[in-house]
Ligand binder design. Structure first.
Ligand code: FDA
Length: 311
């Protein structure tokens, strides 16, 4: 994981209008454009195409129609309608998939009722055909996000799933509560810049918390998803599963589109592996988080932009 300073730097860049313009111009223009390494495309057709290729490699997918930080009720309504229509197209395509979504896309910044109404529309459309995983955003939204998930779970929406971040100190308590309720959890390290009073700052602490949470979830959660590209975390998971004699059907690994494809394919020989496939026009913030995790990616992006400008 990247150090705190670089992560803060990329979060600042994520707000830059000038960079956003350059990205919009060059990021997706050609099949080899830089953003395509991490994002499947701007349209649902491209996402379904990517999901089919992943499926052909023996992996599963969760599709994420990118979008976040929607500020108005009208904007959240548009995003919800788009998502509902995507659900229909995805179901019609027959491709194997789950969905991932962020609550600020559905109006969490507007108010709780708007967000819950919109999420309910989406869940009603999805039925119980696949898991709708609620991504976890920055800590400003942790409590509200879990509250919305638990409220809908209480109302009988059993296809919903949560995400916990190992860098947050509160996650150990959340893991036990969600597991008691029976809500499936995806475990990640966490992708945002968080203050030291609520989040571990050192990679070694975040990793140690990840291992503790992984063990708790494998013991207590109905179906945990261990989501990481970190070989050390993957090895620790496999060692724990073997030591406890747990069935391989009890959990799955998840990894991000475009990162460590070699590891994804190798792991899928023995375990269920699901790839997180982001797509849509609102890809810039997601893309900046991926750059922030690994500055080496920046060299690759800059090289691609210069190549594009010469083309
Ligand atoms: P770590 O960052 O330590 O990286 C381990 C190794 O993986 C690196 O050394 C490198 O080889 C490779 N790697 C990691 N990131 C890379 C990158 N961007 N480019 C190239 N190589 C890279 N976060 C969140 O806050 N809320 C969420 O809802 C989700 N959802 C989610 C779903 C899925 C399926 C995954 C895999 C991840 C998330 N995340 C997330 C992101 C997560 O919090 C974390 O930021 C990234 O997964 C990177 O952390 P790793 O566990 O891979 O470890």
């Amino acid at each position: 994981m990247i150090d705190t300073l670089s992560r803060a730097f990329f979060h600042a860049l994520a707000g830059s209008g000038a960079l956003r313009t350059i990205a919009a111009r060059y990021g997706m223009r050609r099949q080899d454009s830089f953003a395509r390494r991490f994002i499947a495309g701007e349209s649902i057709e491209e996402a379904i195409g990517a999901a089919r290729l992943i499926q052909a490699r023996g992996l599963r997918t969760t599709l994420d129609f990118l979008g976040e930080s929607v500020a108005t009720s009208a904007g959240a309504d548009v995003a919800t309608r788009e998502y509902v229509s995507i659900v229909r197209q995805v179901v019609d395509s027959g491709v194997e998939r789950n969905l991932s979504i962020k609550l600020t896309q559905l109006g969490l910044d507007v108010d709780r009722v708007t967000c819950i109404d919109n999420l309910r529309r989406l869940l009603d459309r999805a039925g119980d055909r696949f898991v709708v995983r609620i991504d976890m955003e920055s800590s400003a939204y942790t409590a509200q996000t879990l509250d919305v998930i638990e409220t809908l779970w209480d109302q009988g929406y059993r296809q919903i799933g949560a995400v916990l971040q190992s860098y947050l100190r509160r996650s150990e308590q959340d893991a036990s509560r969600l597991s008691r309720l029976g809500i499936p959890v995806r475990l990640v390290k966490g992708a945002y810049k968080e203050p030291a009073d609520i989040a571990y700052q050192k990679k070694s602490d975040v990793d140690a918390a990840f291992v503790r949470l992984m063990r708790t979830l494998l013991d207590e959660n109905p179906y945990p998803a261990i989501a990481t590209q970190d070989p050390a975390m993957i090895d620790a998971t496999i060692a724990y599963v073997n030591a406890r004699g747990l069935s391989r059907d009890r959990f799955e690994f998840q990894m991000l589109y475009g990162i460590r494809r070699d590891l994804q394919t190798a792991l899928a020989r023995d375990y269920t592996v699901r790839v997180y496939v982001p797509f849509g026009r609102q890809w810039y913030q997601y893309f900046m988080r991926r750059l922030g995790e690994r500055p080496a990616n920046v060299k690759f992006v800059l090289g691609s932009v210069f190549k594009e400008r010469r083309a």
